[in-house]
Design a protein around this ligand. Structure first.
Ligand code: FAD
Length: 621
């Protein structure tokens, strides 16, 4: 048992998807983790999805990953966010039972064929001629054709609670120091990032009557395209606010210069700031929102979303008790911060393979991202590409016009990041065509071809695609004629009366009309079209103009995205390129002209020069 096709280091959200994908694609895989009991542990909030993140989870699902299924099986509150905005940004989120989520992932991994799980610490990497051959554990060496590293916040991790600090990978777990040294000694560029989490409270000591109840959606939309949906009973969340007194206590604590220094140094996630950063940065605000979220069905513990903190325990206790409903709250776990090493992701190809060491892949928080969904997306892509590399096959790379996962990885490997990177809908330029609701239509054919989506499952997606097509055709053909009855209904709908016959598709484009109105107007769409195709038909018709414009833009951009730059291309041969541009292109080694165009400092004229050169030399295929 000391030889595998692929070794995955780390059983967090990235490592799980990487090891499941690689083993399901038929390779022998070893998953190494510091503790088996923490497989799939959610280090921070017990929730999956959110704005921009829901899209990632749906795409992972459409490609044959596990995260969405785990969420459906363990979700205790489902919500669709952003419904007041356009469908391009609708995003699913669900609160999960933390313990059950972990159990689900643990059992999936432990029961997976071709996958062996081993407990222990990887302390070194075996490399010869710039190619990885295996890993060193404390007492043994294990060989593999490819290795994926997904060690999260563990590399040289240091925990901070107030002025106390000590080495740790996350609470109650050791840091990974020797592996961090091994990566540095390879010559990989590495930086430091920070993040923090919040206190957990004993629900028996919270007065929920002083908070606003936040129920989930009445209709629970499942995360996965391929499950039956939510299985468990649902639980509410609660909303409360900080106040001037809370802020005064925090500001008083920050008068301690040493504490202020600890909090101000290093790079925190911009979009998930600590409560002390919020109080300092937004001093004009009188209150900040706190979502009080259940940790599980049978758990009395509550997570205080919005109170992320590095502050000392006694300060946490004092400010928490100023918040309505928390006056008598007892803390079951204190918030803490962590600082850790990450690897600059511009040193990776879009397959997530290192440019420096062949067959070495990196995925997850180690690449400078934050969040379970971002980690899982990278894990899936790294696992798939490790298999492809070992089999000598073409890599699997998703474009920015194909998936949020493509945007995430392209941003990381071409632009890099110097702060924890979180996905948002605004990062995605083609968000109207990359909706979470059509991720199955967009991506499950890839999942099927990769061997990660079964034939019958893919057959259902094909049926849905066909139903959408038929539904659109039907609505374009079928006409609605004006009549007193029709206009009486139009009056009820609050829209101007119908003067001449129009197609149902034209009618759907009118503001205030949706497919549900068709039931009353002669046409019962549900009888002809399956329900899961329904909302996609509505979006495709209503936003047809915008969607077509975006597709046209994609076609324009695809031209340069498809032009490959040969590996090892010598930019020095093009005198017209400035030395700065040559240096950047040599450093980033873009695979396509499109990727080159997104490197900062590589201007459009440099791209034209490069394009002309490639064409003249007959290098454009
Ligand atoms: P992890 O889930 O961290 O998993 C790492 C795995 O690597 C573990 O299984 C560990 O045992 C293993 N490992 C490490 N070193 C070795 C080794 N040498 N040998 C063998 N195994 C090893 N995300 C947010 O979106 N918002 C937040 O506000 C937020 N706050 C956070 C606060 C804290 C304190 C922490 C710790 C994390 C926070 N996160 C937050 C981040 C979130 O937890 C991560 O993004 C996510 O878990 C990363 O997944 P991963 O798979 O990359 O790594």
């Amino acid at each position: 048992m000391n030889k595998f096709d692929i070794i995955v280091i780390g059983a967090g959200h990235a490592g799980i998807e990487a090891s499941l994908a690689a083993s399901r694609m038929g390779r022998s895989v070893l998953l190494i983790t510091l503790k088996k009991e923490t497989i799939g542990l959610m280090s921070c909030n017990p929730a999956i999805g959110g704005v921009g993140k829901g899209q990632l989870v749906k795409e992972i699902d459409a490609l044959g990953g596990e995260m969405a299924k785990a969420a459906d099986n363990t979700g205790i509150q489902f919500r669709m966010l952003n419904t007041s905005k356009g469908p391009a940004v609708w995003s699913s989120r669900c609160q999960v039972d933390r313990r059950l989520y972990q159990k689900y992932m643990e059992s999936t991994v432990l029961n997976q064929e071709n996958l062996v799980v081993k407990e222990g610490e990887v302390v070194g990497l075996i490399i010869e001629h710039n190619k990885i051959l295996g890993v060193e554990m404390l007492n043994e060496t294990i060989y593999a054709k490819a290795v994926v590293i997904s060690t999260g916040t563990f590399l040289n991790g240091v925990i901070y609670i107030g002025l106390d600090s000590y080495p740790a990978g996350r609470i109650n777990e050791p840091p990974s120091i020797r592996l961090a040294q091994a990566l540095r000694s390879l010559g990989l560029g590495m930086g430091r990032l920070k993040t923090c989490t919040t206190a957990r409270l004993d629900g028996k000591t919270i007065d929920f009557s002083k908070m606003i109840v936040q129920e989930g959606d009445d209709v629970r939309r499942p995360f996965s395209f391929f499950t039956l949906g939510a299985q468990l009973p649902q639980k509410p969340c609660y909303l409360t606010y900080t106040n001037k007194k809370t802020h005064r206590i925090i500001l008083k604590a920050l008068r301690d210069k040493k504490l202020l220094h600890i909090i101000s140094q290093g790079v925190n996630p911009r979009y998930c700031p600590s409560i002390e950063e919020k109080v300092l940065r937004f001093s004009e605000r009188e209150r900040h929102q706190i979502f009080v979220e259940p940790e599980g069905l049978d758990s009395e513990e509550y997570y205080t979303n919005g109170l992320f903190t590095f502050l000392p325990k006694e300060v946490q206790r004092e400010f928490i008790q100023t918040i309505p409903g928390m006056e008598k709250a007892e803390i079951t776990k204190f918030g803490y911060g962590i600082e850790y090493d990450y690897v600059y992701p511009t040193q990776l190809y879009p397959t997530l393979e290192s440019k420096l060491i062949k067959n070495l892949f990196l995925a997850g928080q180690i690449n400078g991202t934050t969040g379970y969904e971002e980690a899982a997306s990278q894990g899936l892509i790294a696992g798939i590409n490790a298999v492809k590399k070992v089999g000598g096959e073409e890599p699997f790379i998703l474009g920015r016009d194909q998936a949020y996962i493509g945007v995430l990885i392209d941003d990381l490997v071409t632009k890099g990041t110097n702060e924890p990177y979180r996905m948002f809908t605004s990062r995605c330029e083609y968000r109207l065509i990359l909706r979470e609701g059509n991720a199955d239509i967009r991506l499950s054919e890839f999942g099927h071809k990769l061997g990660l989506i079964r034939k019958e499952t893919f057959g259902k997606v094909k049926e849905k695609k066909e139903a959408i097509h038929k539904g659109i055709e039907l609505l374009k053909k079928k006409k609605l004629k004006p009549s007193p009855e029709v206009n009486r209904l139009f009056k009820n709908f609050g829209i101007p009366e119908l003067k001449k016959a129009i197609s149902f598709a034209q009618l759907l484009k009118r503001p205030g009309i949706n497919c549900a109105h068709f039931k009353e107007l002669d046409m019962n769409l549900e009888k002809v079209i399956s329900e899961n195709a329904f909302s996609e038909i509505e979006i495709e018709i209503k936003y047809e103009g915008y969607i077509n414009r975006q597709k046209e833009e994609v076609r324009r951009m695809q031209k340069i995205e498809r032009i490959k730059i040969p590996s090892g291309f010598e930019y020095a041969k093009i005198p017209a390129l400035s030395s700065e541009v040559k240096e950047k292109l040599n450093k980033f080694k873009p695979l396509t002209l499109g990727q080159a165009s997104r490197i900062s400092g590589v201007n459009p004229s440099a791209i034209s020069i490069l394009w002309v050169y490639l064409e003249r030399k007959n290098l454009v295929k």
